[in-house]
Design a binder for this molecule. Sequence first.
Ligand code: SAM
Length: 508
Amino acid sequence: MSNSSLSPLPATDRPDVAARLRDALIGAGFTADGLLDLLGAPAYAALARSETVPALRATRGDTPLEALVRLFLLQQPVAHARVADALPVDACLESGWLVRAAPDAGDDLAATVDVRPYGGPGGEDWFIVSDLGCAVGGARGIGSHGEGVVLGVGGASTTLAGITVRNPVASVLDLGTGSGIQTLHATRHATRVTATDVNPRALHITALTLALSGAPAADLREGSLFEPVRGETYDLIVSNPPFVISPGARLTYRDGGMGGDDLCRALVQQAGERLNEGGFAQFLANWQHVEGEDWPDRLRSWVPRGCDAWIVQREVQDVTQYAELWLRDAGDHRADPAEYQARYDAWLDEFEARKVRAVGFGWITLRRTGAAEPSITVEEWPHPVEQPLGDTVRAHFERLDYLREHDDAALLAGHFRLVEEIVQEQVGLPGAEDPEHVVLRQNRGMRRATKVDTIGAGFAGVCDGSLSAGRILDAIAQLVGEDPVLLRDRTPAQIRLLVEQGFLEPAG
Ligand SMILES: C[S@@+](CC[C@H](N)C(=O)[O-])C[C@H]1O[C@@H](n2cnc3c(N)ncnc32)[C@H](O)[C@@H]1O
């Protein structure tokens, strides 16, 4: 692995220095809120897009906070005396958080890593460590940094952190830890966290992220996929893997080095036997849409035995969009045009050879269950959702259990409640007496919308948990003059769908 252009990292055996540095950073207001106050929303947002000019302009003053932003976020040398105002400078130099800047830079100091404040979900002041200039995934072209470069927090990282089910558990595995963001989240609700990575630099950086965030240390193990945890099982497995489908393994953080979408498939297939009963495995993934193959079937075939699955396709790109996205991510668009063209060609050759027409992006959640009939849902939902979604994911699987345990007769005997913040929309011609169709819409979680008939809408509206579903249908039948037996016969399918999609919840 070529890491030649990467700088030496701070020592991990000086937790005392990490703790002092942490205190100093927080003391100076180097926190997510402090940065927002100092930079203002536009410069703060620009920084999250890897654009540094607005932040450089906002830090021309001489406060300790401005010095820290320049050092740790903008990779600017800062005079020794100014750094000494903000940090335990000798200890930071000794343990490698800081170095003397170039020999011709006087007594200026520079940071060895990027340190980015990151607000934890409980208001914690956390810090994400990553390689210099790599705090944000790919936006400025990461190609020149060497293949073992460790990135900070990107959109994929926060998506996975948001959809993760946060039950208090004994054990979590974060596979492909990178900067350590998923591990950091897991330390809040797990007794034991194991973080693995094929890149030893990532394990080193994860240790720094945890120490600087004041979080408990994790069990760090080097190796590919499940190799470092052979024979062990977990209550929760999370992975934002190197899911990019590419014609070669160039960048460890994104190219899995296996053909096509084989790495994601292997991850999903092997996760089943690494899960404890009732445990969740949650992945971000990319998958191929292959000519002549149904993509949901392809994904269903990945689900290991003994697991329920919920697979959500969030986006689809055709092969040209996909190749361009990752060529830009690597900064290839800035290379010599002939080189760019050759790389683009190689990407399309690879897709052509595999008969790939498009690539899907999405989330895969498995839950290990003893159920004889596993439930596998594969769906497309490209619309905005409300993060964090962890509770929604957990509730999805709880509803599956309920539906599996209740046949139609039991469903009719059941009591249901309309979930909060659901509205009804009626669509039809202006002035028409009856709507063409009725849509129920969630304002929370997945923000689903589903078409129902007037019976379904009426039924949902009455569900407050007091009457059984059957009794409500009998009353509706009387009201609309329909045979109650027929209505009881045909409605359970609609009730099942409304429960499955989270519009109705079993009461009590
Ligand atoms: C996209 S990054 C995700 C980093 C971090 N977990 C996050 O959510 O931001 C993928 C990580 O997987 C690691 N990786 C690549 N190939 C791997 C493999 N075969 N086994 C385990 N980890 C791997 C990379 O080094 C990188 O740190």
